[in-house]
Design a protein around this ligand. Structure first.
Ligand SMILES: CC(C)(COP(=O)(O)OP(=O)(O)OC[C@H]1O[C@@H](n2cnc3c(N)ncnc32)[C@H](O)[C@@H]1OP(=O)(O)O)[C@@H](O)C(=O)NCCC(=O)NCCS
Length: 229
């Protein structure tokens, strides 16, 4: 179970979900949950193809290496939502400051295991996808929303929104814009509600991908902030 001292109750939710940093000991459960969340996303289907079971396994290897890389950059925020009494996270968000990109590679043994687990063809196709996405990413300092996923049985309960709001509240004081890519048109409204706007639309392996950006509005200068004349 997660350390309840590090967790905050999610405001506005009927069920008592809690949110906080993902403890390292929960990484493998987080990987399996993320694989369930992303198994049927259009890019995962385009890259991996196959049957649901094979795709679940391949997505899990991708998530394992992503999470291991993210763990190596200390500034990365890895947030999790937990339901008290239930084992493992029900939602995960990974946010990375652009200064930490590209992330350090996962340990070599994991890269090798992942290549074997996914297959060479899938590894090459993911490399094409990431190369295309990276070529479009902003050059100015920003926060990058690497991924947010909610366990399918828990979708639609407000967990994704709460994870996003929690992350944005933690990074907004930096005053930096945030940026993300999504391969699901249905997600555009979800992100727009948090202040993201579509800045471009790409096609990767024949799959549409929307790039979105959110700027933090500067606090309005009130009378107290004016310089005396
Ligand atoms: C996208 C995702 C993280 C949203 O999490 P969630 O917990 O299901 O979303 P919430 O319950 O917090 O919904 C927040 C709002 O977005 C809307 N929304 C969320 N997903 C939506 C979807 N697929 N289609 C339409 N609306 C959606 C909800 O209706 C809700 O609207 P409201 O504020 O008016 O009530 C989750 O559906 C998911 O993991 N999807 C698969 C992985 C994925 O696509 N991740 C994002 C990759 S960029």
């Amino acid at each position: 179970m997660a350390d309840s001292r590090a967790l905050q109750p999610l405001p506005g939710l009927e069920r008592p979900f809690r949110i906080g940093p993902l403890p390292v000991r929960e990484d493998e459960r987080a990987v399996r949950m993320l694989a369930r969340a992303f198994r049927d996303n259009p890019l995962d289907v385009a890259v991996i193809g196959g049957r649901e079971r094979e795709r679940l396994r391949a997505v899990a290897w991708g998530m394992r290496t992503t999470l291991a890389s993210a763990r190596q950059a200390s500034a990365t925020r890895i947030l999790a939502a937990f339901e008290p009494g239930r084992t493992g996270p029900v939602g995960i968000l990974v946010g990375i400051p652009s200064a930490a990109l590209p992330l350090p590679p996962a340990p070599l043994w994991l890269q090798l295991r992942s290549t074997l687990g996914q297959g060479l063809r899938v590894g090459r196709r993911w490399a094409t996808v990431f190369h295309t996405l990276e070529s479009q990413q902003p050059r100015d300092p920003h926060w990058y929303l690497s991924l947010v996923g909610v366990d399918p049985p828990h979708c639609g309960l407000g967990i994704g929104r709460a994870l996003l709001q929690s992350w944005l509240a933690s990074i907004d004081p930096d005053g930096l814009p945030s940026y993300l890519e999504t391969d699901r048109e249905a997600n555009l409204a979800f992100y727009a509600k948090a202040g993201f706007e579509v800045v471009s639309r790409l096609e990767v392996l024949g799959t549409p991908v929307w790039c979105m950006r959110r700027t933090v509005s500067a606090p309005e200068e009130g009378p107290l902030a004016l310089h005396p004349t």
